[in-house]
Design a protein around this ligand. Structure first.
Ligand SMILES: C[S@@+](CC[C@H](N)C(=O)[O-])C[C@H]1O[C@@H](n2cnc3c(N)ncnc32)[C@H](O)[C@@H]1O
Length: 273
């Protein structure tokens, strides 16, 4: 099985849309009158949820109407958020067919089918012409990708010169042992977490200049602390992550605490000719 098949298999749930709607109902939402904001409880699949998405977006200065690519869009939370709150025209691609179908279904459900679009594709082979986007972003996807230079080269190709590429990924901080499962991987074969240095080199080789970086470890720990403090119905990421959700979250938290990895933002600019 190829890496991409294994990654897609890792994320495939089999009945995700129904499980999410059920969880939202249990959480007191009227599933026939949902808004994109209600979905934030379930559709932001990265450390720190919607506040993390907002924080990354604050570093991408673009007007309404700008065309933006979401690399590894998952079930579409960040894409809907930016389409609704920033007025960007977002196109999301993702390897996992079920996620793309759920992203489309959720957008229809909240009346945003025309605001963000989704399609199944690999980040290493983007189905878009050269220079078709003003900007691109990627949240918690690079950990599944062995050849980051290949992806960044593709992103660079579809960006207009000078376009901003915002990355928010978990990155290696120290050499400590890695405990499985984590949300993005249940085995070493699908885990390609890398150091900030490796990202910088791959970005440079692909024609990007890094203009800003921010360590998000403290933000991550605070956000996980808040999550633990919030008692309530089982809503949110545990639904998306399936039966081993608790173990995935516990391993992730202890490795962040131990300095094995931490989420980090890297903002890069595509070279101008
Ligand atoms: C942890 S989820 C993050 C989803 C979304 N970015 C978010 O923050 O809500 C990682 C996503 O990356 C996608 N992915 C992993 N490798 C990919 C690749 N090579 N090309 C496209 N998508 C990929 C997975 O299918 C999954 O949806």
């Amino acid at each position: 099985m190829s890496l991409e098949q294994s990654v897609s298999q890792h994320y495939t749930h089999g009945g995700l849309e129904a499980a999410l709607l059920e969880a939202l109902k249990r959480g007191g939402k009227d599933i026939d009158a949902l808004t994109y904001a209600d979905l934030a409880l379930v559709d932001e699949f990265h450390i720190g949820g919607r506040p993390a998405t907002r924080a990354l977006g604050e570093q991408i200065d673009l007007p309404a109407g700008a065309t933006v690519l979401d690399v590894g869009c998952g079930i579409g939370g960040p894409a809907r958020f930016f389409a609704a709150e920033r007025g960007w025209r977002v196109e999301g691609i993702d390897l996992t067919a079920e996620y793309v179908a759920v992203a489309e279904a959720l957008s229809r459900r909240v009346g945003m089918a025309d605001k963000a679009s989704f399609r199944q594709a690999s980040a290493t082979n983007l189905p878009f012409p050269d220079a078709s986007f003003d900007s691109a972003y990627m949240l918690h996807v690079g950990m599944n990708i062995a050849d980051k230079k290949a992806v960044f080269t593709e992103v660079r190709r579809v960006l207009r010169p000078g376009g901003i590429f915002g990355i928010y990924d978990a990155m290696r901080q120290g050499d400590g042992a890695f405990a499985y499962p984590v949300p993005w991987s249940s085995e070493p074969a699908t885990n390609h977490i890398d150091t900030p240095d490796a990202y910088r080199s791959a970005l440079a080789a692909a024609g990007f200049t890094v203009i800003k970086e921010r360590d998000r470890r403290d933000f991550a720990l605070q956000s996980m602390q808040q999550r633990v403090a919030q008692a309530g119905p089982p809503i949110g990421l545990p639904v998306v992550m399936g039966a081993t959700a608790a173990q995935k979250l516990a391993n992730m938290r202890s490795m962040i605490e131990a300095g094995v990895f931490a989420p980090r933002e890297i903002i890069a600019r595509a070279a101008t000719p």
